[in-house]
Design a protein around this ligand. Structure first.
Ligand code: B12
Length: 274
């Protein structure tokens, strides 16, 4: 196991302002930690037989920005984080190559358009499952990987490397508190109040709604990650009140600010509502 290489990778990540990084061994996909598990064709060694370790990086989504969703503001942040993830993963792969360990990056998403997802709602590789195996967090009712630092407000991507890096341990403590705010706040009722992987029973409904928002330049939705109470970011941004998003009378300034941002930069609904 190459402990020194993992240490220099951690230093590199901190220089690149990447707050979350974890490592999973490529073999760890082969023993299902729960069912249904990622089918064999979607596992790292089926995609690139030479891979020994999978490095997962995560970048946060700022809570005050996602609070404006659906909006041009979250749309732009989403694009920025996506670009940074892709570029940074590509750079990390080059960093490892230079050190003598052939490596490849993976795109943070991997689909051509939302309409493609209507017939097949999968990408060829799942970063949520990679992040889980790399010990960065565990699944919530909202189907997302929750982390102690940002709850589900974090986007991931992965790097496959031939280097044998020490793997991180799975996170034992369950983070989801099953408050059901995600399921109850979903604008299209796509989530059932069930634990992952049963929860997102209506993927196509979620995809269709995101397609509508895309046409209005204000995709994606992200309400299920906005309302999640888990994550230290909530304390940092002083957003811990449980009724924050429903009670317009109690928090008029915040609601006014969100409404203002939502009113510009995207195509509004004909009745001028959010
Ligand atoms: C397709 C997709 C979508 C689709 C479908 C949603 C879904 N949950 O799959 C749509 C467009 C609706 C969507 C919406 C959202 N997404 Co999305 N999405 C993806 C994408 C591109 C692929 C997911 C995938 O294919 N997983 C692989 C399969 C193996 O996992 P699975 O679908 O959970 O399948 C399990 C079971 O269904 C079962 N199973 C049973 N039968 C079968 C059969 C087959 C053939 C397979 C494969 C599996 C399977 O086994 C699997 C393992 O348990 C990933 C990026 C990526 N490449 O990882 C982002 C990703 C999952 N999305 C993300 C996010 C944030 C969102 C949104 C919040 C929107 C947003 N960006 O604000 C919403 C949340 C919706 C929700 N609550 O789930 C993040 C999650 C980050 C996190 N913290 O967990 C990801 C990882 C993007 C990223 N790079 O960070 N998404």
């Amino acid at each position: 196991m190459n402990t020194d290489l993992k240490r220099s990778l951690q230093t590199k990540c901190s220089h690149l302002d990447i707050p979350l990084m974890g490592v999973a061994s490529a073999e760890s996909w082969e023993v299902a930690p729960f069912h249904p598990w990622v089918p064999p064709a979607f596992q790292p060694r089926s995609i690139w037989p030479e891979v020994n370790s999978v490095i997962v990086i995560g970048l946060p989504i700022d809570l005050p920005v996602i609070e404006t969703t659906p909006s041009i503001y979250y749309h732009e942040l989403y694009k920025t984080v996506n670009t940074l993830l892709d570029h940074t993963a590509y750079r990390l792969a080059r960093f490892l190559d230079e050190k003598g360990f052939p490596s490849i990056y993976l795109p943070r998403d991997g689909y051509g358009s939302l309409s493609v997802l209507s017939s097949s709602p999968y990408a060829f590789f799942s970063h949520r499952h990679a992040a889980y195996l790399a010990g960065l967090g565990n699944f919530g009712v909202n189907n997302m990987l929750l982390t102690p630092q940002y709850g589900p407000r974090v986007r991931f991507t992965s790097i496959f490397t031939t280097a044998e890096l020490p793997a991180d341990k799975l996170m034992e403590e369950r983070l989801c508190v099953r408050c059901m705010r995600c399921a109850r706040s979903c604008p299209v009722r796509a989530l059932d109040e069930e634990d992952y992987p049963q929860g997102l029973a209506h993927k196509e409904v979620c995809s269709k709604y995101n397609e509508q928002l895309y046409r209005r330049h204000i995709s994606p939705c992200g309400v299920c990650i906005k309302v999640c109470p888990v994550g230290e970011d909530r304390k940092r941004f002083e957003r811990t009140a449980p009724d924050l998003y429903e009670n317009k009378e109690k928090y008029p300034t915040l609601h006014q600010a969100w409404r203002h941002v939502r009113s510009y930069g995207g195509v509004r609904k004909p009745n001028n509502s959010d």
